[in-house]
Ligand binder design. Structure first.
Ligand code: NAP
Length: 341
C-alpha cells in the first residue's frame, strides 16, 4: 500500500479508502454484505494496509448498521491504527419523523453521539456534511461542527455532494466567522461521469476548481461507477448474478449506463490490456492521477469480496502514462480537470 496525507491535514491515510455503504444494505430483500462478510472484508483491508475507512450514519438497513459492524470489528483492534470518516445529514428513519435528518444543531449533536457509540470510539477523524438540507442556516451547522472539533469529538470537517457555489459559500462562512473550515470533500468521480450527470446540482468541473483553488483534499466516491468500470458487464448481455446491476437494475441503469459510458469502458479495457492490469485497477488509477489537490485525489471504493478488494488495492502500484490517461479522456470527451488537449 502507498500512503499520503488526508488532504491538507497531517493525518496519514492509505491511497485507497475502503467504502462501507453496502454493509448491511438491503437490495431487493437481500442483505448485500452481512456482518460476517463485512468483518472478512475489513480483515482484508487491514492486511492490505488500508487504514482509511468510510461510513455514514445513513448506511445500512436500519441506518447505522454499517457503523455498528465496523465498531464491533474495531473492538479487537487499536483505534489509532485507523482513520475513520462518517457523515451526517441524510435521514436515519423512514423519513416520517421530525428531526431525523438534516443539519440542525439538534440533529447533528444527537447523531454524532450515536455514530461514536456505534463505532466504539470517542472521536472521528473526519465528519462530512452528507448533503445540505436547504433549510438550516449554514452558520448553525458550521458552528455546531466547529464545537465538535473544539470538544475533540471530530478532528476534521468535510463536505460531500453539493453545488460549487454552495461549497464556496460554506468556505466563506467558515472564514468570515473564524470557524474550523471544511478541509476535505467527497464528490462522485469516475471516468464515465460528466458534469451535471447523476446529480443536477453538481457541476463537477466547477466544484473541483473550487477544491483546487482552496486547497481542499478530494476523496472520490464510487470511482468504479458502482462496478461498471470493473469490466464485469457486457453490452446487451444480462448482468452477472449477484452483481449490483442485477440486484438494483433500474438504479444502476439510471446512474451509470449510457453510450458514452460503454465507450469509456472500452478505452479502460484497452489500456488495461496494454498494462497487463484489470479494468478496475485502471479505473482507480485514472482517479489517482487527478493530482491537483493536496494529498492527491483518493478513491473511496467498495468491494463485495476479498478478491475484489485485493485486486483494487493493486491500483496504487500501477504506472500509467499520460498518453494512456489521454485515451480514456478522449473517450470521455474531455479530461476531468483543465482544458481538453
Ligand atoms: N458521499 C456520498 O454521498 C456517497 C455516495 C455513494 C458512495 N459513497 C462512498 O463511496 C463508497 C464506494 O461506493 P460504491 O460502492 O458505489 O463504489 P464503487 O467502488 O464504484 O463500486 C463498488 C462495487 O463494484 C463492485 N466491484 C468492486 N471491485 C470489483 C472488482 N475488482 N471486480 C468486480 N466487481 C467489483 C462491487 O459490487 P458488486 O460485486 O455487488 O457488483 C462493489 O460493491 C461507498 O461505500 C461509500 O463509502 C459516498
Amino acid at each position: 500500500m502507498k500512503y499520503t496525507t488526508l488532504g491538507p491535514t497531517g493525518t496519514e491515510v492509505s491511497k485507497l479508502c475502503f467504502g462501507t455503504w453496502r454493509f448491511g444494505h438491503v437490495s431487493d430483500g437481500v442483505v448485500e454484505t452481512d456482518e460476517t462478510q463485512a468483518h472478512a472484508l475489513l480483515d482484508e483491508a487491514e492486511a492490505l494496509g488500508i487504514n482509511f475507512i468510510d461510513t455514514a450514519n445513513r448506511y445500512g438497513d436500519p441506518p447505522g448498521t454499517s457503523e455498528q459492524y465496523i465498531g464491533n470489528w474495531l473492538e479487537e483492534r487499536a483505534r489509532e491504527d485507523f482513520v475513520l470518516a462518517s457523515k451526517v445529514g441524510m435521514t436515519v428513519d423512514d423519513g416520517s419523523g421530525r428531526n431525523r435528518d438534516g443539519l440542525s444543531r439538534k440533529h447533528i449533536r444527537w447523531q454524532i453521539d450515536e455514530t461514536l457509540e456505534r463505532l466504539g470510539t470517542d472521536y472521528l477523524d473526519l465528519y462530512y456534511i452528507h448533503r445540505l438540507d436547504g433549510q438550516t442556516p449554514l452558520l448553525e451547522t458550521l458552528r455546531t461542527l466547529d464545537q465538535l472539533v473544539e470538544e475533540g469529538k471530530v478532528n476534521h470537517i468535510g463536505a460531500s455532494t453539493m453545488a460549487a457555489w454552495e461549497l464556496t459559500e460554506l468556505l466563506w462562512t467558515c472564514d468570515a466567522h473564524g470557524l474550523e473550515s471544511i478541509e476535505i470533500v467527497q464528490p462522485p468521480v469516475d471516468a464515465t461521469l460528466q458534469n451535471w450527470q447523476r446529480y443536477d446540482r453538481l457541476d463537477l468541473r466547477r466544484y473541483l476548481e473550487v477544491c483546487e483553488k482552496h486547497g481542499l483534499g478530494v476523496v472520490a466516491y464510487s470511482p468504479l461507477a458502482g462496478g461498471f468500470l470493473t469490466g464485469k458487464y457486457e453490452r446487451d448481455t444480462d448482468a452477472p448474478q449477484d452483481s449490483r446491476a442485477a440486484l438494483d437494475p433500474s438504479n444502476f441503469e439510471r446512474k451509470y449506463l449510457s453510450d458514452r459510458s460503454w465507450d469509456v469502458l472500452d478505452s479502460v479495457r484497452a489500456v488495461a490490456d496494454d498494462l497487463d492490469a484489470t479494468p478496475a485497477q485502471v479505473a482507480l488509477t485514472w482517479v489517482l492521477e487527478q493530482d491537483a489537490f493536496p494529498g492527491g485525489m483518493l478513491p473511496v471504493s467498495g468491494a463485495r469480496t476479498r478478491e475484489q478488494l485485493s485486486e483494487n488495492a493493486e491500483a496504487v502500484e500501477l504506472d500509467i502514462t499520460d498518453d494512456q490517461i489521454r485515451r480514456i479522456d478522449d473517450a470521455r470527451g474531455q479530461p476531468l480537470l483543465g482544458n481538453a488537449s
